[in-house]
Design a protein around this ligand. Structure first.
Ligand code: GDP
Ligand code: MN
Length: 376
């Protein structure tokens, strides 16, 4: 789960990283009050879970409380890369001398973390990483050893950061371990004109698998999530949105993963991952179908089931009952194999829905679904 900047800064502050004073609001009037409390001159920042807010006009300086209200009114409701701004953070402005970039990111391939740091932080970091990779230091961090003061000094030196930033690097690593983060990024980490080191922006991705260990409530709905994924999550489905045109439903994560590959092998692109698991209740099938059919990109749907403990006729019953509650608007290709496959196929044949076709092999079914998607 990605955090908002204002949530990230709370974690930073809790671990002793200095952040500017700030408050969050969804009201322009209140932004004026906050600006008054913070001394008049403020920075108004859009709270959206995407970067590049500065360039999109979502980070603005306001000279006084009245300007803060006006600026907040402009930024609230704005669309930044498909994210609607519901809240702004009103922060005490700082006078920047230099901007740095620091982050820790999980490196799955290496089985560890990677510290990425640069003395040239700020809004241009992606361009700098692409055009002058030597300006960005990448230092592996062994999670079992963590970031000791020696390690922090090594990272700071490799990136050309002032030695004093080592303390922030150590505390930032504490954020990673204490909060079970997959990514912690500060861009920019700044040195102010009066010599203080402050985290001016923060991006944190927490590991959802560690949710049970966190005492902090994830109180803000993840409005950055895809609406289809949100609808699927509300129905308790194991669904991931992808960007193709063939909807996929299967039983068992492994089978569904292979189905995605086979669809791709047939020259089509899967529209989603959806594992309905072991059970085959009509409700789960109906919920899955309705989420997939509500995806405008979907042109055909492939149901790929291998009957094991759950027999194919039970799955077929589920599909037939789902067809009573969900209006099928796109062709559905069903492949049933394994336990009670013949009985399952007979159940679907008996239903004889004009948009439902059966193909007995996985390759054949994927090919047919791809063909139907292209024809649509
Ligand atoms: P992002 O564009 O989404 O990464 O948003 P940031 O919070 O990083 O802000 C973008 C840029 O705005 C920063 O790199 C700074 O240069 C500038 N900025 C943000 N807050 C302040 C501030 O308090 N004072 C000054 N002078 N510049 C700021
Ligand atoms: Mn930033």
């Amino acid at each position: 789960m990605d955090l908002y900047e204002h949530q990230a800064r709370e974690l930073f502050a809790a671990h002793g990283i200095v952040v500017p004073r700030a408050e969050v609001t969804d009201s322009a009037k209140e932004a004026r009050e906050i600006a008054r409390r913070l001394g008049g001159r403020v920075v108004v920042k859009a709270q959206v879970k995407t970067g590049g807010r500065g360039r999109a006009g979502g980070v603005k300086l306001a000279a006084d409380p009245a300007a803060a209200e006006l600026t907040a009114r402009q930024i609230l409701g704005m669309d930044i890369k498909g994210h609607r701004v519901g809240k702004v953070m009103v922060a005490e402005p700082v006078d920047i001398d230099r901007e740095f970039y620091v982050s820790y990111v999980l490196d799955r391939a290496a089985g560890g973390f990677l510290a990425i740091a640069s003395a040239e932080g700020g809004t241009e970091i992606e361009e700098i990483a692409a055009s002058r990779p030597e300006a960005v230091a990448r230092i592996p961090v062994d999670p079992a050893r963590g970031v000791t003061s020696a390690k922090a000094a090594e990272i700071a030196e490799a990136a050309g950061l002032p030695p004093r930033t080592a303390d922030v690097l150590i505390r930032l690593w504490e954020v990673v371990t204490a909060e079970d983060a997959l990514l912690v990024e500060v861009n920019p980490l700044v040195r102010t004109t009066d010599g203080r080191i402050l985290a001016l922006d923060g991006k944190v991705t927490l590991d959802d698998n560690a949710r049970f260990r966190r005492t902090r409530r994830d109180d803000e709905a993840d409005d950055a999530a895809d609406p289809l994924e949100a609808a699927a999550a509300a129905r308790g489905l194991n669904y991931v949105k992808l960007d193709g045109e063939v909807g996929v439903i299967g039983n068992g994560a492994g089978l569904v993963m292979s189905t995605l590959d086979v669809v791709a092998g047939c020259g089509a692109r899967p529209a989603n991952f959806l594992d309905i698991g072991g059970g085959a209740s009509a409700q789960v099938m109906a919920d899955g179908l309705s989420v997939i059919l509500s995806d405008p990109a979907v042109r055909s749907v492939l149901v790929n089931v291998f009957g094991g403990i759950t027999a194919c006729d039970t799955v077929a019953d589920g599909i037939v009952r789902a067809l009573d509650t969900v209006r099928l608007t796109k062709p559905l290709v069903v492949r049933l194999d394994g336990n009670n496959a013949a009985q399952g196929r007979a159940v679907l044949d008996a239903r004889a829905h004009p948009l439902v076709e059966q193909v007995t092999t996985m390759d054949g079914a994927a090919r047919r679904a791809a063909q139907l998607a292209h024809a649509a």
